[in-house]
Ligand binder design. Structure first.
Ligand SMILES: NC(=O)c1ccc[n+]([C@@H]2O[C@H](COP(=O)([O-])OP(=O)(O)OC[C@H]3O[C@@H](n4cnc5c(N)ncnc54)[C@H](O)[C@@H]3O)[C@@H](O)[C@H]2O)c1
Length: 277
């Protein structure tokens, strides 16, 4: 195997569908796969930001939580670019913090419809195209480190992401003989608008690596999962979080409670790093 970066990922002649492509990790992924030579279909609700992507991407303003619109979008992709070889589903929304006693059922349904059902609609359409073409494929879904933890108040988002991890396993098993891999990535805190309202200085002190990740770091993992080098990796949930999923003890506690009790966080920071932090 050669040593140059060019060997890692040559997607010339491949069609990649990326959702959530207007912003953050989806955008970085769309640009990374485009740089590798893929014909990219970029899907998002946000038409304005889609328009700032590369001109030769097929930008489709689609609400991925609507199964009919998703089916139409995949027809258009197949007609314009050809059948999908890669599906990367970054589109999602975060739900905010809510105690179980105040939980709003409509809001829970909205979160699952976008994060879980929307992903499933895309996977169904993409899998049909991949199987039809008969040249294998790569499906990458976005979970979150949240799915493996228990942050108080994060019920719908955590559930919507854990459901994706559960679905990845039967999907991987069903699609393996078509040489279609199905993997889930589970990012920790990544510097995107989704995290925008959070107190970033909290992450800089409490996370093991003392920093959050970048969308480009996530896009590199997705690129590897799209490359021939990962062909035997399927049904995996891969953390990309600077060590967050591995931590326990006070860091984990701080991570769990910080949104609900800032005073407790201050106390923990002081205990961990001294009162001057
Ligand atoms: N940023 C983080 O810290 C973090 C951590 C763990 C997991 N994640 C996950 O990473 C993925 C990417 O998020 P991000 O951090 O880039 O956030 P982001 O908010 O920058 O991007 C999400 C994109 O999804 C789009 N979107 C939302 N609902 C949609 C819908 N119904 N139809 C089409 N597009 C829709 C938004 O318009 C936006 O462009 C998400 O699945 C998110 O849950 C993010």
């Amino acid at each position: 195997m050669g040593g140059s970066d060019m060997d890692v990922l040559d997607l010339s002649g491949r069609v990649a569908v990326v959702t959530g492509a207007a912003s953050g990790q989806g955008r970085a992924t769309a640009l990374r796969l485009h740089r590798a030579g893929a014909a990219v279909a970029a899907l998002d609700l946000n038409r304005e930001d889609l328009a700032t992507l590369e001109n030769d991407m097929l930008a489709l303003a689609v609400d991925t939580s609507d199964p009919d619109l998703v089916a139409e979008a995949f027809d258009e992709i197949e007609n314009s670019l050809g059948p999908a070889y890669i599906l990367a589903t970054a589109a999602a929304v975060w739900a905010g913090w809510n105690s179980i006693v105040d939980i709003d059922y409509d809001e829970v349904e909205r979160i699952f419809r976008i994060n879980t059902f929307g992903t499933l609609y895309c996977v169904k359409n993409a899998a049909r195209q991949m199987i039809g073409k008969g040249q294998g494929g790569r499906i990458i879904m976005w979970s979150s480190v949240a799915a493996a933890r228990g942050q108080a108040g994060d019920i719908p988002y955590t559930g919507s992401k854990a459901a994706l991890e559960g679905m990845a396993r039967p999907l991987a098993s069903e699609l393996a003989h078509h040489e279609i891999t199905v993997n889930v990535i589970a990012p920790g805190a990544i510097d995107t608008p989704m995290l925008g309202a959070a107190d970033l200085s909290f992450y800089d002190t409490v996370l093991p690596g003392r920093r959050i990740g970048t969308p480009d770091e996530v896009a590199e993992l997705v690129a590897w999962l799209c490359s021939p080098r990962s062909r035997f990796v399927t049904g995996a949930v891969i953390p990309i979080d600077g060590g967050v999923a591995s931590i326990n003890g006070p860091w984990a506690l701080a991570h769990t409670f910080h949104q609900l009790d800032p005073a407790l966080v201050a106390q923990m920071k002081a205990a961990l790093y001294g009162s001057n932090q």
